[in-house]
Design a protein around this ligand. Structure first.
Ligand SMILES: NC(=O)c1ccc[n+]([C@@H]2O[C@H](COP(=O)([O-])OP(=O)(O)OC[C@H]3O[C@@H](n4cnc5c(N)ncnc54)[C@H](O)[C@@H]3O)[C@@H](O)[C@H]2O)c1
Ligand SMILES: N[C@H](CO)Cc1c[nH]c[nH+]1
Ligand SMILES: [Zn+2]
Length: 429
């Protein structure tokens, strides 16, 4: 791993966002075909890209029962405990509708309504992610969404959605599950087919085809975000333990060749020791090929003069995950402005958040933590403003409102106000 002095250019260019022209074209074609042909196109593309000929692609209750039988009691209990932690955390995010009542009888407020339906994409190409099922479905459930549909491609070797994904979906309370993935699944969720009723919003991570399809259907439905390859940044001083820092950097490198792992430290000694450790631990990883490509292309160690300078580097990078491994991590929290999730201290390594603690693991990537937040309950609810003006409040302000309308040259707006001042209703005109 390269050890670098901090320069002006901290950006790590990962050209992930737009995909290639060919990929964009493929996705457009798939979406158009699904819109036109419905299930027939979904089945055709699934055969082409996943090698499976689907018949009826809705998961049946018997398949879920079978999935429970394939998992040990211990595994099911771990999934349930993680689900409970995630549910409890997201319950704290719930906001209530509110209304102010004013002396003259005027009411102003905000009404919060859950979305009617949500489609959750669960990736299934390279690996199964039951944890992502929980992270997408549970906030929607807590928000009060009634219909939560899940789509996920089947494993090539078994022709099934992995048991842990089905069990996690059942524990989280998914309404219907469909065995389809890729752009065809996203299109089916957005536009509907004979099998799938369209949803209002699509959430969940996926590969470039899924990301491009989500971008393409945005507007027809809402989407959560385009989550790119995983990132970890570690802010450490000389109290950090090199073996642990290296292990944490590699935890995200194994996700994807384009994942990004960065150490920022004011200790040159720590930097040197971590660089050696990363190489040693990398060699023993089952996902060596992915992790080594990721570390080679997007692994960085930045050495700064002071911890304050390290924090400034972190704020510039705005990482998806930030671990703070310093003598007193809590004391630095106030200075950290941009990070999707902040893991404080030695006993909060990133996987604690990926699986178990409760906060969401669907997080802003690629510097977008500067302006966006983890997936949360509000992503599954919407707000309506409420205005109930009393007669006296209206009369007292009507002329000001009409003047404002004329300031914008909108005569019809002004008259809508003034009609009510002329007491025409009482005179029955
Ligand atoms: N940010 C997060 O929270 C998070 C969590 C889990 C996974 N991920 C990411 O999600 C991604 C999952 O990708 P994946 O590929 O494993 O699974 P996926 O389910 O996203 O994609 C598989 C689908 O892609 C389609 N596809 C494959 N090749 C195609 C082609 N040539 N043309 C058109 N369509 C094609 C197929 O229909 C297939 O069903 C990874 O990048 C992973 O890191 C992110
Ligand atoms: N770290 C990933 C999000 O960046 C989420 C994940 C799922 N499973 C393990 N990790
Ligand atoms: Zn992870």
């Amino acid at each position: 791993m390269d050890i670098l002095k901090v320069t002006n250019d901290l950006s790590i260019k990962r050209s992930i966002d737009g995909g290639t022209e060919e990929q964009r074209q493929t996705v457009k074609e798939i979406i158009a075909a699904v819109r036109q042909e419905g299930d027939q196109a979904v089945i055709r593309y699934t055969q082409k890209f996943d090698g499976i000929l689907l018949d009826d692609y809705q998961v049946k209750a018997a398949e879920i029962d079978q999935a429970y039988k394939e998992l040990s009691k211990e595994t099911i209990s771990i999934i349930k405990e993680a689900a409970e932690n995630i549910r409890n955390y997201h319950m704290k995010q719930l906001q209530n509708s509110w209304m102010t009542t004013e002396v003259d009888g005027t009411l102003l407020g905000q009404k919060i309504t859950p979305l009617d339906s949500v489609g959750v994409y669960v990736p299934g190409g390279k690996a199964a992610y039951p944890s992502s099922v929980l992270m997408n479905v549970l906030p929607a459930k807590v928000a009060g969404v009634e219909r939560i549909v899940m789509v996920s491609p089947v494993e090539r070797k078994t022709g099934k959605i992995p048991a842990a994904v089905l069990v996690a979906a059942n524990i989280a309370g998914v309404t219907d599950i469909y065995k389809v993935g890729g752009a065809q699944a996203v299109a089916a969720l957005a536009y509907g087919t004979e099998t799938i009723t369209p949803v209002d919003k699509i959430t969940g991570p996926g590969n470039i085809y899924v990301a491009l399809a989500k971008r393409e259907v945005y507007g027809e439905v809402d989407i959560d975000m385009i989550a790119g390859p995983s990132e970890i940044a570690i802010l450490a001083d000389d109290s950090a333990i090199p073996t642990e820092v290296a292990a944490d950097l590699l935890s995200q490198a194994e996700h994807d060749e384009m994942a990004c792992s960065i150490l920022v430290t004011n200790s040159e000694q720590l930097a040197n020791e971590v660089a050696i450790e990363v190489e040693e631990q990398l060699a023993t990883l089952p996902k060596y090929d992915i992790a080594s490509q990721s570390i080679q292309q997007f692994g960085r160690i930045y050495v700064t003069e002071t911890i304050e300078e390290s924090i400034a580097v972190i704020n510039t990078i705005a990482p998806e995950h930030l671990e703070v491994l310093t003598v007193n991590p809590l004391s630095l929290l106030g200075a950290i402005r941009h990070a999707g999730a902040i893991f404080l201290g030695r006993y909060s390594p990133e996987p604690v958040g990926d699986y178990f603690a409760g906060p969401n693991h669907v997080l802003p990537t690629n510097g977008t933590a500067r302006f966006s937040s983890p997936l949360n309950v509000d992503d599954f609810r919407k707000k309506s403003s409420i205005i109930y003006y009393s007669e006296s409040r209206f009369t007292a302000n009507a002329e000001k409102i009409a003047s404002f309308a004329r300031l914008e040259g909108l005569e019809a707006h002004a008259r809508s106000i003034e009609k009510r001042l002329q007491s025409e209703r009482k005179e029955g005109k």
